[in-house]
Design a protein around this ligand. Structure first.
Ligand code: DOR
Ligand code: ZN
Length: 424
């Protein structure tokens, strides 16, 4: 079925288009963008007052399947993605078994096929994410992985990581690097400082993240590999990436709404719901993240969608797992915190959520010009609504943003020319 999206504000950050236009979708592709288009018998979507933008690309999502289906499945995670306007996502490999061989990549892709969301499983760097032996990168690349990562279990062995970088460089794919030094972080998912002291818990110091960022910038410089720093959370970390970029190192980075919207104080208010690795930091770090978003040091906005069961998150803070869901709240949190606050233009927020991550993964996604895949999000940029975790399509209810009023609401999500979400 062809689709004609009429009278929307089409924003395509890649081409600089930002205008009141129609978009015609046919055969899963963008067939035309222009004024007064005639779609014949196409289904018409009235997008008056709405923004029509490239479907969002989230390069850091935990879908949990295989192995942790009580937290999320590929199917429920993709439904959450669709509800959040996300049409392409990179699935993290900390599944059980880990996504360390082509068979698991194929399994995740097969499960995702019927959801309509473009799911790209990332390959593990080490077998079983045990940090001991490299996986078969060439075989994983042939199976379709866009990147390699041991997210959740940062690689500690420098020699192994250097070898991994030399190999991914040859294959032309990035390493997605969760930076936290194992020996410097205790459990608990709480920043080391005022709040960890108040709680009487050992925290995770900022330097645990920063020391590995510095280490891995040096390795990127040494090997020439593309190192992408995951979910950066500290001001100093952002500054190290800024300086490395300036001297030509192939390093990029991402952050999430929680790192510029919340501080460590949230742990005192919400306990385990505010527990995440790396942990929520200080107000000075929030300002450093915002500065990095403003000056382009930070290349992508991601969710680090990390669903856990209600039972797990109901445990006391020291025992609960780290992580928060994010797919269904990211667009609104980013629009509220970055666009409505006057920090960034709307098109730039959208670029950070679509074309920019797609480009750094080498994907033909995140654009809506003629000939592109018809991955589109249609949303009201201004509508105010209150986040309600009971309405999530995700199995995970573990958000620290429940009850928060935000602006920006997804109306339709279209992937490869099919409507995969439509607001009731
Ligand atoms: O808080 C986190 N949760 N950080 C990670 O790196 C992994 C994630 C998870 O898998 O739950
Ligand atoms: Zn991580």
């Amino acid at each position: 079925m062809d689709l004609l999206i009429k009278n929307g504000r089409v924003i395509d950050p890649a081409s600089g288009v930002d205008d009141m236009l129609d978009a015609l979708i046919s055969g899963g592709k963008i067939a035309a963008v222009g004024r007064g288009l005639d779609g014949g018998d196409a289904l018409v979507i009235d997008a008056s007052g709405l923004v029509v933008a490239p479907g969002l690309v989230d390069m850091h999502v935990h879908l949990r399947e295989p192995g942790f289906e009580a937290k999320e499945t590929v199917c429920t995670g993709c439904a959450a993605a669709a509800r959040g306007g996300v049409t392409t996502l990179v699935a993290m490999p900390n599944t059980k078994p880990a996504t360390d061989c082509p068979e698991i990549v194929a399994l995740v892709r097969d499960k995702a096929a019927s959801t309509g969301v473009n799911v790209l499983p990332a390959g593990a760097v080490t077998v079983g994410q045990r940090g001991e032996q490299l996986t078969d990168f060439a075989a994983l690349k042939a199976a379709g992985v866009p990147a390699f990562t041991d997210d959740g279990v940062p690689i500690q062995n420098l020699a192994l990581l250097r070898q991994a970088m030399l190999e991914v460089k040859r294959l032309g794919l990035p390493i997605l690097d969760h930076c936290e030094d194992k020996d410097l972080v205790k459990n608990y998912g709480v920043n080391e400082g005022r709040v960890s002291e108040a709680l009487g818990l050992p925290g995770r110091p900022a330097v645990a993240e920063e020391a590995q960022i510095m280490r891995d910038i040096l390795l990127a410089e040494d090997t020439g590999a593309h190192v992408h720093i995951c979910h950066i959370s500290t001001a100093k970390g952002v500054d190290m990436v800024r300086r490395a970029k300036a001297r030509g190192v192939h390093v990029t980075c991402e952050t999430c709404p929680q790192y510029f919207t919340l501080t460590e104080d949230e742990v005192l208010k919400q306990g385990s719901l505010a527990r995440v690795n790396p942990p929520l930091r200080t107000q000075a770090d929030v300002e450093g993240i915002l500065a990095g978003l403003r000056d382009g040091t930070i290349d992508a906005l991601i969710t680090d969608h990390a669903p856990h069961t209600a039972e797990e998150k109901a445990k006391p803070l020291p025992e609960a797992p780290s992580g928060m869901v994010g797919l269904e709240t990211a667009l609104a949190l980013n629009l509220t915190g970055l666009y409505h606050s006057g920090l960034l233009p709307l098109a730039r927020v959208l670029e950070l959520m679509s074309r920019s991550p797609a480009a750094l993964l080498g994907l033909d996604k995140g654009r809506i010009a003629v000939g592109d895949d018809a991955d589109v999000v249609i949303f009201d940029p201004d509508e105010e609504w209150t986040i309600d975790r009971e309405k999530f399509a995700s199995k995970g209810r573990n958000t620290p943003f429940h009850g928060r009023t935000v602006r920006g609401k997804v109306r339709y999500t279209i992937a490869n020319g099919k409507i995969i979400y439509q607001e009731d």
